[in-house]
Structure formats: structure tokens, C-alpha cells
Design a protein around this ligand. Structure first.
Ligand code: ADP
Ligand code: MG
Length: 449
């Protein structure tokens, strides 16, 4: 572990008790320790609003904590990704002569995710068709392949299935699978002398020598300017030499924020496909397959309750199934409807510990003196539209529900409406004082409940 990470971990532990939960979650946890430069701790902020807020709200507190526990660190510097090149890493300077960046090992392709155990339904048939065709002819047909959709719908599974399939048929090909966070971290640790232009050889070796490069959840590099730029060059080099590029994201390229247009447009050069929520029959088939893989036989009426209760996220549905199997083993009872209800109770407790949609709706209504019917209804006057969009934004921030579910909870709206509102309010937070104050105040109300 680098010194910066170790120090920041310690500081965070103190900060957790010193500042409010909201501040901690929103501003502190999202900072990334980068290095120690000239005895200052360099922290990477996600965007300029983040940076400003940390500097204005938390800097003094962080300095105090540093003074007490790490007096040799003089201060913190909150930087954006394109400013990182200004700061040389003290540790690396010392070791400069024998410099060799140790990149994190590439993520292994997971054997457990393959095409054989992936259930095909209307929601994902095109995605699987394309994935299989790419596995047969990497680099030739659909390049890049861009797969998007809400969380828990099988995107990562399909990525690994492609990897497994190519490893079987063309073992000589070098497949690199990484999440975009890993790409980002590798990139940051690879800047040896403080200049983003001088990226370590090992980084380029790893990424530019790939025959198949898979980057999962690419939305997380939004706003990380230097990393986006590096990805752009990696993309060009690989694409020019006919190597296969594959990306997943929770949204289509057109909705990726803070990504240069030239990279965004390249994402669309090949094939863009989405995965959607599975219908009831597909959910049952998935539950069947998953339980068979665990050699557990569960009656269809029991599976059907699980499929009914968990309709928007397969990861959650799978975790419910695991819970039922676990309870069944523990209590030595065959899986039954009762057991599902028992498991659901536990499951819901976990969900309820997070912030509920209702409490967000209540707080928004109380703040703006509106009724839930106003928010859920269709009226389009400005005094209702903005609170409604703020409500949508807060629900995307503080619940784990996919956009489609939030849409349903808010009067049966489409997931694109929620996405639009989220992006709009997020933008306004940086520019419109009224909106910023409202969001801050409502957050306080939500967390005080
Ligand atoms: P995403 O990357 O879209 O968030 P994942 O690929 O991580 O979703 O999928 C979440 C879980 O659901 C995984 O355990 C995966 O195996 C399972 N899953 C999703 N879709 C299917 C499917 N069609 N058939 C079998 N399992 C699936
Ligand atoms: Mg995933």
C-alpha cells in the first residue's frame, strides 16, 4: 500500500466521527489519495464542485486531524485529474532510479461467468448474439462493442463469457479485462515523474498490447480528463491495428457526461446494444439455472414468488435465492414459500436500513410544501417540476434502485425521464444557488430522520 493511501485511511477513520454522515459520504469518501508531494497529501476530487466543497467545508477540519496524527504532513491539496501532473510523488522521486511501476494484476476472467450458464431472453438476446459473434471473430465485425444497461442485468457476466470463449478457441490472444476504476488507478500509479505525458512503459505494455481489451463500467471515468485522454489514445492504437475493444456502461455513450466528444463518438463506431430488465419467464429460468448449479431442487411455485418479488435486478434476485438456500440448510427445511417470505423479511431489513424512497419523497414534499400527489402527478408548472426533478435526483443518489424502478415509484415514469432529471439537477448544483441550497437542506432532513 502506498504511503498516501495508508495515511488517508487513518485520517478518514478520524473524520468519520468528526463530520456529518452526509459530508462524510458525499465529500470525504469520494476523495482518492494519490501521493505525498513535497510533504503535502494530494487528493483527487471527482469534479470541480467536489473540489470546491472540500476546500470550503472540510479543509480546516482535515488539517486539524492531520496536525494531531501526522504532523509531518503539512497540508492537503485537492486536485482534479488534469492537475495531477503538477505534483511529483515523493516516494517515486526517491525510487526514481530503479523505477518500475507495479501495475495491479489484470483482473482474471472469471470462469464462473460463461455463455452456457447465461439465460437468454428477450431482454438480452441481441446482446448475447453480438457477444458470441465477437467471440468467434474478435476485432473483425463489431468494433468496438458497447453494451449498456441498468445495474445487475448481466453486463459483467457477458464480458467474462466473451473472455472465456475466446480463451478456449484462441488461447494465443491476450485478453485484458479491467473495470474503469482499475484502468484509472493503473494510469495514476503509472505517471512516474509527475507528467501525464510520460506514462510508464508497463502501463502501455499492459493496455496497448492487448488483443482484446474489455473495460467494464466505463461511466466511472467521466470527468477524469487525463485518463479519458489516455483511453482515447489506447482506443486509437488498438482499433487501428484491428484489436477488439469492448465497453460496458450504465448508460449509452450519448449520455456519458464529461467525456470528450471524440472518444464518445468512437464508442459508437461499432455496435451499441442494451440489456433490459428480464421478463417473468426469463427470471424463472435464471433462478432455475442458478439453483441447479448449486444442486438444489426448488419447486416452481417457490421460485415464482422470488421472481415476482425481485423483478428489476438479477443480482438482488440471486442474493434472495442464496439466502433461501442458506436458510434451508440452516433450518434443515426444504425450500418453501414460507422460507422465501422469511428470507425476504431479512432482505427487506437490509434494504430499509438504506434510505427509503418514501422518506425522500416526504422530505421533498415537506421542504417545498407540496403533497406527494403533486410530485407523483403530471402537472408541469415550474413550482412542481423542479421539486419533482430534485426528488428524482435524490432518489438516484440515495437509494440503490435502478432508474426504471425509481420511475415506477414516481408515478410510473420512464427511466429516461429520471436520467434526464438527475443529469439536469446535477448540472444545476454547480450553477444555481437555489437548487444547491434546496438539495443540501433536504439531504440534512433525510439523514436526520
Ligand atoms: P451488471 O454487470 O449488469 O451489473 P452482472 O453481470 O454483475 O450485472 O450480473 C449480476 C448477477 O446476475 C450475476 O451473478 C450474473 O451471473 C446474474 N445474471 C444476470 N443476467 C443473467 C442471465 N441472463 N442468466 C444468468 N445469470 C444472470
Ligand atoms: Mg457489472
Amino acid at each position: 500500500m502506498s504511503k498516501a493511501i495508508a495515511i488517508w485511511d487513518e485520517i478518514m477513520t478520524s473524520l468519520e466521527t468528526e463530520c456529518s454522515t452526509v459530508s462524510f459520504d458525499v465529500w470525504v469518501k469520494t476523495l482518492q489519495p494519490v501521493c505525498i508531494s513535497e510533504n503535502k497529501l494530494i487528493l483527487l476530487a471527482t469534479n470541480s464542485e467536489h473540489k470546491e466543497n472540500v476546500n470550503s467545508k472540510l479543509r480546516i477540519l482535515i488539517r486539524q486531524v492531520l496536525k494531531q496524527s501526522k504532523p509531518y504532513i503539512e497540508d492537503i491539496i485537492v486536485a482534479l485529474s488534469d492537475e495531477l501532473s503538477l505534483y511529483a510523488d515523493d516516494e517515486k522521486e526517491q525510487a526514481a532510479s530503479e523505477f518500475d511501476v507495479k501495475l495491479s494484476a489484470p483482473n482474471e476472467i472469471m470462469k464462473k461467468y460463461n455463455f452456457e450458464n447465461f439465460v437468454i431472453g428477450k431482454c438480452n438476446e441481441y446482446a448475447v448474439e453480438a457477444a458470441k459473434s465477437i467471440s468467434n471473430n474478435p476485432g473483425e465485425q463489431y468494433n468496438p462493442f458497447f453494451l449498456y444497461g441498468d445495474s445487475g442485468l448481466g453486463k459483467t457476466h457477458i464480458m467474462h463469457a466473451i473472455g472465456n470463449s475466446i480463451m478456449m478457441s484462441k488461447p494465443e490472444l491476450k485478453i485484458v479485462y479491467v473495470t474503469s476504476e482499475k484502468f484509472l488507478n493503473d494510469f495514476i500509479t503509472s505517471i512516474p515523474t509527475g507528467s501525464a505525458k510520460e506514462v510508464a512503459k508497463s502501463f502501455r505494455e499492459k493496455y496497448r498490447k492487448a488483443d482484446v481489451l474489455i473495460i467494464d463500467d466505463v461511466q466511472f471515468i467521466s470527468g477524469k480528463t487525463a485518463t479519458v485522454e489516455e483511453l482515447f489514445h489506447t482506443f486509437n492504437e488498438l482499433h487501428d491495428s484491428g484489436k477488439q475493444l469492448i465497453f460496458t456502461s450504465d448508460r449509452p455513450p450519448s449520455e456519458l457526461r464529461d467525456i470528450e466528444d471524440r472518444l464518445r463518438s468512437r464508442f459508437g463506431w461499432g455496435l451499441i446494444i442494451d440489456v433490459q430488465q428480464p421478463d417473468y419467464e426469463t427470471r424463472i429460468a435464471i433462478l432455475r439455472k442458478k439453483s441447479q448449479a448449486k444442486f438444489v431442487n426448488i419447486p416452481i411455485d417457490v421460485l415464482s414468488i422470488m421472481a415476482e418479488e425481485m423483478n428489476s435486478n438479477i443480482r438482488d434476485m440471486e442474493s434472495l435465492l442464496n439466502k433461501v438456500i442458506f436458510l434451508s440448510g440452516l433450518t434443515k427445511r426444504a425450500p418453501s414459500k414460507e422460507l422465501v417470505y422469511e428470507a425476504l423479511k431479512d432482505y427487506r431489513n437490509v434494504v430499509e436500513e438504506k434510505i427509503s424512497s418514501d422518506s425522500i419523497l416526504d422530505c421533498v414534499c415537506a421542504y417545498f410544501k407540496l403533497s406527494p400527489d403533486d410530485i407523483l402527478g403530471k402537472k408541469k408548472t415550474k413550482d412542481i417540476v423542479e421539486p419533482r426533478q430534485i426528488c428524482m435526483y435524490l432518489m438516484t443518489e440515495y437509494t440503490n434502485y435502478p432508474l426504471g424502478t425509481i420511475g415506477k415509484q414516481l408515478g410510473g415514469r420512464d427511466h429516461t425521464t429520471i436520467m434526464h432529471a438527475r443529469d439536469k439537477i446535477e448540472k444545476m448544483l454547480g450553477t444555481v444557488e437555489r437548487v444547491r441550497t434546496a438539495v443540501e437542506d433536504i439531504k440534512c432532513m433525510i439523514f436526520k430522520k
